[in-house]
Design a protein around this ligand. Structure first.
Ligand SMILES: Cc1cc2nc3c(=O)[nH]c(=O)nc-3n(C[C@H](O)[C@H](O)[C@H](O)COP(=O)(O)O)c2cc1C
Length: 195
């Protein structure tokens, strides 16, 4: 289940927009998919689709992943990334500038166990059928190589801390675009710009 925590009084000004987008599309599973770009050691952008899991109070977007994937290596050398998230139903695009932090079971047993236990059997299987990106030797169905009641050491949570948001809403005439930027003192400024 996705979870959204929103209790502090001094919330970032873009949060109500994202919470409204999530609420307005809560029955559309595809609205939880976004693209996350990282930068590899050659400086080339690398982009992939991920599933939104949680929005934390401290403006971290939470996803789950596998430390054996390229994004892990890329974020280890450059933690900066960008999320591009389009809500087709509400016609809103968000581009989040983020900094990634990876947490594994040894860092936080409770949190990782919580995320692992929320996965369906099929979801867990994807972490247990061999190392992503390695050669597949035959086309037989992939089998789980380990029991699914133990959190694998390569299972990870990635916290994507947001520092800037470029929000574009295609509804309305004219369209609306707002840039929200975090300041060095932690406060946020927002600016309406021409789309
Ligand atoms: C709809 C969809 C959802 C996905 N969700 C995730 C996810 O939540 N976490 C993840 O690590 N990979 C997810 N993937 C797979 C990634 O897009 C990507 O193929 C994989 O993480 C390896 O990427 P990398 O080698 O660039 O790190 C998803 C793919 C699709 C098509």
């Amino acid at each position: 289940m996705d979870s959204i925590t929103d209790q502090a009084p001094d919330i970032a000004p873009w949060r109500p927009y994202l919470l409204a987008s999530l609420q307005g599309t809560k029955d559309i599973p595809e609205s939880r998919y976004f693209q996350l770009a990282s930068v590899d050691i050659t400086g080339a952008p690398q982009c992939r689709t991920l599933v939104f899991r949680e929005l934390h109070q401290d403006n971290e977007i939470i996803v789950i992943s596998d430390t054996r994937t390229e994004k892990f290596t890329e974020f280890a050398s450059n933690p900066r990334g960008q999320i591009c998230w389009y809500f087709a139903h509400t016609r809103e695009q968000y581009r989040f500038d983020v900094t990634a932090q990876v947490t594994t079971f040894v860092d936080n047993e409770l949190w990782l166990t919580e995320h692992w236990s929320r996965l369906s059997d099929a979801g867990k299987k994807q972490f247990l059928w061999g190392s992503p990106g390695t050669k597949r030797h035959d086309l037989n169905p992939l089998e789980s190589l380990e029991p699914d009641n133990v959190v694998p050491s390569h299972f990870c949570v990635i916290s994507l801390s947001v520092s800037k948001v470029d929000y574009l809403n295609l509804r309305g005439n004219p369209q609306n675009r707002i840039v929200f930027e975090k300041q060095s003192d932690g406060s946020w400024c927002s600016l309406e710009i021409i789309p």
